[in-house]
Design a protein around this ligand. Sequence first.
Ligand SMILES: C[S@@+](CC[C@H](N)C(=O)[O-])C[C@H]1O[C@@H](n2cnc3c(N)ncnc32)[C@H](O)[C@@H]1O
Length: 411
Amino acid sequence: KRRVSGQTNFLLLYLMEEISKLPLPEAFLHFLKENGLDPLVYTATNSTPRYIRLKAGNEADLEEIEAEMKCKLEKVVWLHGFYSIPPDIKIANSKAYKEGKIYGIDAASGAAVTALNVSVGDHVLDLCAAPGAKLCMILDILGDSGSVTGVDVARHRLAACRTLVQKYALGDRCRLFVADGTTFSLAPSILCLASGSCKAASQEKGDIFREWKSRRPWKERRRAAKTRDNATSELTARSECPELIFYGCHSGVVGLSRNELYRSTCDSEVSSSGYDKWEQSWWMRSALMTGQLNISRNLRIGAGQLFNVVYWMQERTDNLTNLQLKLLTNGFRLLKVGGSLVYSTCSLTVAQNEDVVEQFLKENAFAELQEIDAAKDWPCKSGRIPKTLRFDPCTSSTSGLFVAKFIKLAI
Ligand SMILES: C[S@@+](CC[C@H](N)C(=O)[O-])C[C@H]1O[C@@H](n2cnc3c(N)ncnc32)[C@H](O)[C@@H]1O
């Protein structure tokens, strides 16, 4: 069985190799041109290095890690704590990875987190958090302060994120909700816990959150399953009932009653008790651009479908643009006045990036684009809107990313 699947893989690789030698279809080249994209993004052989981040406190083990992985960890000079390794090196089997000393995260993603400028004590909201590379980096920077709320609509992906924060022992100040980010509306619970009135109220009730355990009591599991059932049957139920799948002992959840935790935030409260920082990242390139890549290659086999596919791409792009706008708008609502948010996508299209930013600024008078000071030494260029950034995969040696940073001026 193993031999057959090995032969199939070999055949597939061979076919992909042969297909990639064919020229890209005209309509696809036109699409790339409209978006200012170099076709090399799709035709060049992938030599982008892999990046790892050394978890804070493990700097002294660098040589030992290199010896064990049998490769040099090249310091990324423009990004603190990041190292590059050749693309063929697998980190998953290394001792350093298993012990949680290193984790894989693209340098451009690391730059997006750096742009957020997380400071001690910040309460950060990470919308679209799974699988959690950025969330881990934020928790690592925060150390023994603040909190991070991670939200993702895909339960299995957020479960992987939970495994990650536990593996890296970063979960103390983290809570994870399966929820629709377009309607999520819970303030950082740590603020509620800090206020004496909430504490007193929670002590009066029996139904309070105790220390998180992977094995939940039967009553709680049944309640979670019920929430899940509702969530799959109705979108509104999913958005209105976030499912808490993990919380650390200092995340502010322990000691709260369910009512307190699930109390929605009204706009007037947000100005003082909303999130300090907010990060939203999007996987458009894997969902859309890779789709385009595969499709474009398939098209070379069946060019007759070209127009259907271009139409499909357009329709899909429109839907995604609307969803991104909704996510941005809701996240901005939960942000404290004076707080900042970073919006990043791995899409390289104008529709998913500059168009979303432009529309968002039009609809939100109190949002202002901010210069990302740290970026002056980064291998990126300006997006079509000043102050936005683009990491081009061809020139930045990263997987590519668009980054925009906003500040909330008022409510
Ligand atoms: C590129 S991934 C995010 C990567 C992540 N920030 C990281 O650094 O590892 C995009 C995520 O958005 C999530 N997502 C899509 N639609 C969403 C929605 N409406 N609300 C919340 N999350 C959503 C997907 O499930 C997916 O996990």
